[in-house]
Design a binder for this molecule. Structure first.
Ligand SMILES: [Mn+2]
Length: 236
C-alpha cells in the first residue's frame, strides 16, 4: 500500500530526510518491506536514517548500501543535496563507531571528479565502472554483488535511474552517454531481492518533465515490480 508522501517544505531538505527516516523506521519495525520512490538521490540519506534507526540495526544487524549509479554522490558540500548522501552516511556511520559498507555498480569514469575517486578510495568503497558492467560481464557482476551481500545482514538497495543508458532512461537530470544495460541492472535487482536481505529498495532521480513517452517511469516500474515480486516469502 501507499504509505504516503514526504514533502520538502520551505527548502528544509534535512527536516524532510528526518521525516522520511522516521517513516521508514516505523515501517521496518512493523515488518513491512519498504520501497521508496524519489525524488532526487537525496532520498537515500533519509532512507539511511530510517534503516539506521530500525530495531534490527539497533540490535546489531550489519546494513550496507548498494547503489546502482553513474555517480559516487560523495561530494563534501556544506549543504546536503543529491550529490552528498553517501558521504553523509559515511560520516553518520563513523559517529556511531562503524564504517559505511558502500558499493556502487555503474560508475561513469568521465562523470566523477578525481576528488570523488579519492574520497571513494579513502572510504573503502567497492565499485564497478560502467565499462565493467556489459552483458558479457554478468558473471563478474554476480561475483561483485555476491561479495557485497556476504558482508551484510541487511541491504539498502538504491537505484539512481541515471545509471541506465539515456535511450532507456532519458527522464533524469544527468542522462548517461553510455550507461549500464537494463539487463544487468535488472539482474542486480534480482540478486538482491532473492538474497532475502533487502531492507529497503529505492528508485531515485526520475524527472517526469524530461521523460519521453514515460519510458523512464516504465523502466523504473519494471524494476520495482521485479524487486517486490523477487523477495522470498517472509523475507525482511
Ligand atoms: Mn545518484
Amino acid at each position: 500500500y501507499d504509505a504516503g508522501d514526504v514533502v520538502v517544505s520551505g527548502g528544509d531538505l534535512e527536516g524532510a530526510q528526518r521525516r522520511l527516516g522516521a517513516a521508514v523506521t516505523a515501517l521496518l519495525d512493523h515488518g513491512h518491506p519498504v520501497t521508496i520512490l524519489g525524488g532526487g538521490h537525496e532520498v537515500a540519506y533519509g532512507t539511511y536514517l530510517g534503516i539506521a534507526g530500525s530495531a534490527a540495526v539497533r540490535d546489531g544487524a550489519r546494513c550496507g548500501v548498494l547503489n546502482l549509479d553513474a555517480h559516487f554522490d560523495l561530494r563534501s558540500d556544506a549543504t546536503p543535496s543529491s550529490g552528498t548522501p553517501f558521504l553523509q552516511m559515511a560520516r553518520a556511520e563513523k559517529s556511531r563507531g562503524r564504517d559505511l559498507r558502500y558499493a556502487v555498480v555503474g560508475i561513469a569514469q568521465s562523470s566523477n571528479t578525481s576528488a570523488l575517486f579519492t574520497a571513494a578510495s579513502e572510504l573503502g568503497v567497492r565499485y564497478l565502472l560502467d565499462d565493467e558492467c556489459r552483458i558479457a560481464h554478468l558473471p563478474d557482476v554476480e561475483t561483485f554483488v555476491g561479495e557485497f551481500l556476504a558482508t551484510v545482514d541487511l541491504v539498502h538497495l538504491t537505484v539512481d535511474l541515471d545509471v541506465l543508458p539515456a535511450a532507456i532512461a532519458p527522464g533524469v537530470s544527468a542522462p548517461a552517454a553510455y550507461g549500464v544495460p537494463l539487463e544487468v541492472v535488472q539482474h542486480v535487482c534480482d540478486l538482491v531481492a532473492r538474497s532475502g536481505r533487502l531492507a529497503v529498495a529505492e528508485v531515485a532521480e526520475l524527472n517526469p518533465a524530461f521523460d519521453i513517452d514515460n519510458r523512464t517511469a516504465r523502466t523504473a516500474a519494471r524494476l520495482v515490480h521485479r524487486i517486490v515480486t523477487g523477495r522470498p516469502p517472509g523475507a525482511p
